[in-house]
Write a protein that binds this ligand. Structure first.
Ligand code: 1CP
Length: 352
C-alpha cells in the first residue's frame, strides 16, 4: 500500500531509511531514544503548563515537543511525542504520570478475572489523537528528517498493567507466566492486537519508521522469551507486512536482550537495537550481515567531558562500522543529561 498521505513535503534527509535498508549512507544516521523529553529545558517549561497526557492528546502540543530536539540538534530522525502507556489507557485503565516518580496505574490487573474489565473493542478509535499528531508533525517537519512512530512491546505493556508502575523484579507480572499461562497468552493477545492496529494507524497517518520498545526484556529467561514473548513480536512485524507496508523499516529494541539476540533476528525486524552492555562486534557476529544494528553509547557517558564523549563515540563507530548502522544511545537519554553533551555526541557521529 502506498503512503496514504501523498502531499507531505519531500524528504530531504533519508540517511536513517537507507541505513535501515542496508543501503550506503554519506554519514552515519543518529537519533536519541527519548530525545523529546525530560532533559530539555524547553520541555520542562512546557510541562509546568500542561499535564503529560494532555500534551499527548493534543496534536498541536505533541507536535511542538516532537520538533524541540530537531530545532536544537542536527538529528537524522524525529520520534513522535507520546508514551508507551497510551495502550493500557485505551484499554480502559487509568494511568497517572507522576513527575519524578513515573507512570502509576492505580488499579493494576491482580488476577485473570480482571481481564474482563478491559475495553477491547476498537481500541485504536481511542488513539486517533496520535495519528493526528503524526500527520501534523509530518507536515511541520517540512521534510527535514523522517518521523518515527512507536509502541511498547506486549510484554513490557503487560508488566506495567500488572505491576501498576515500575518494579525491580517484575515478579508479579512474571508470576502470571508460571501460574496462569493461558490467561497470560490471552492478555498478550489483547495487547498485541491493539498494538498492531495502533502501529498500522501510525503508518497510515505518516510514520516513516516504527520502533517497538521491549524495555523490560531483561527480566525474562530465554524460555519465557521464546514461549510467550517472541510470538507477539513476530505477529506485530508479520501483520504490518501483510497489511501491505513492506517498505516501512521496523526497529526492535530489547533492553537487556543480549540473551535472546539470535532469536530476535528471526522476528521480521530490519533493525535491532542493542543496549550499552553489548559488544558491537559480538552483536554483529550474532545477527549476521543482513540486519542493521542500532545503539549503543551508555547514556551516562553524556556526563563525560566533550573530548571524552567524542573519543567514546568514535570507538563505538569503529566497532559498528559504516554499513547497516544507526547510532544511538544504549537506552533512553536520562533526565539529567547535559544538553551540550547531546550535540557533542551527534557531532562525533557525523564528523569524527
Ligand atoms: O523523545 C521521545 O522519545 C519522547 C516520547 C517518549 C517515548 C518514546 C516518551 C515520553 N516515552 C517513551 C517511551 C517509553 N515510556 C518507554 C520505552 C523507552 C524506555 O525504555 O525508556 C517506557 C518504558 C516508558 C514508560 C515511562 N513513561 C516511564 C518509565 C521509564 C522511565 O523513563 O523512567 C516514564 C517516567 C514515563 C513518562 C514519560 N514519557 C515520556 C516523557 C517525556 C515522560 C516524562 C513524563 C513527565 O514529564 O512527567
Amino acid at each position: 500500500m502506498a503512503d496514504t498521505h501523498q502531499n507531505f513535503p519531500t524528504l530531504k534527509n533519508d540517511r536513517i531509511l537507507k541505513a535501515a535498508r542496508g543501503e550506503p549512507v554519506d554519514k552515519i544516521p543518529v537519533w536519541v531514544m527519548r530525545q523529546a523529553g525530560r532533559y530539555l529545558p524547553e520541555f520542562q517549561a512546557f510541562r509546568k503548563e500542561h499535564d503529560f497526557f494532555e500534551i499527548c492528546q493534543t496534536p498541536k502540543l505533541a507536535c511542538e515537543i516532537t520538533l524541540m530536539p530537531i530545532r536544537r540538534y542536527d538529528l537524522d530522525a524525529a520520534i513522535i511525542f507520546s508514551d508507551i502507556l497510551v495502550i493500557p489507557q485505551a484499554l480502559g485503565m487509568e494511568v497517572i504520570m507522576k513527575p519524578t516518580v513515573g507512570p502509576v496505574l492505580p488499579e493494576p490487573l491482580k488476577e485473570p478475572s480482571d481481564l474482563d474489565k478491559l475495553n477491547t473493542t476498537d481500541v485504536v478509535s481511542r488513539l486517533k489523537y496520535v495519528g493526528e499528531a503524526i500527520t501534523l508533525t509530518r507536515t511541520n517537519l517540512e521534510g527535514k528528517v523522517p518521523l518515527i512512530g512507536f509502541a511498547g512491546a506486549p510484554w513490557t505493556i503487560m508488566s506495567y498493567m500488572i505491576e501498576g508502575g515500575g518494579s525491580k523484579t517484575m515478579a508479579n507480572s512474571k508470576k502470571w507466566f508460571y501460574k496462569y499461562p493461558e490467561e497470560s497468552r490471552k492478555l498478550l493477545k489483547i495487547i498485541t492486537d491493539a498494538t498492531i492496529d495502533y502501529l498500522v494507524m501510525q503508518i497510515k497517518s505518516g510514520a516513516q519508521l516504527i520502533q517497538v520498545f521491549e524495555s523490560h526484556c531483561e527480566y525474562l529467561s530465554l524460555d519465557l522469551f521464546n514461549t510467550f514473548v517472541a510470538p507477539t513480536l513476530q505477529q506485530i512485524s508479520s501483520a504490518i507486512r501483510s497489511q501491505g507496508f513492506k517498505d516501512i523499516p521496523l526497529i526492535l529494541f530489547c533492553k537487556g536482550g543480549l540473551f535472546c539476540l539470535k532469536e530476535q533476528t528471526k522476528l521480521g525486524y530490519d533493525v535491532l537495537g542493542i543496549d550499552w552492555t553489548v559488544n558491537p562486534n559480538m552483536a554483529r557476529e550474532i545477527v549476521g550481515p543482513n540486519i542493521t544494528l542500532q545503539g549503543n553509547l551508555d547514556p551516562v557517558a553524556l556526563h563525560a567531558p566533550p573530548a571524552q564523549i567524542e573519543k567514546l563515540t568514535k570507538s563505538m563507530k569503529n566497532a559498528f562500522g559504516n554499513e547497516r548502522y544507526i547510532a544511538n544511545l544504549g537506552h533512553g537519554i536520562y533526565p539529567d543529561a547535559p544538553t551540550d553533551a547531546v550535540q557533542s555526541f551527534i557531532n562525533a557521529v557525523h564528523n569524527a
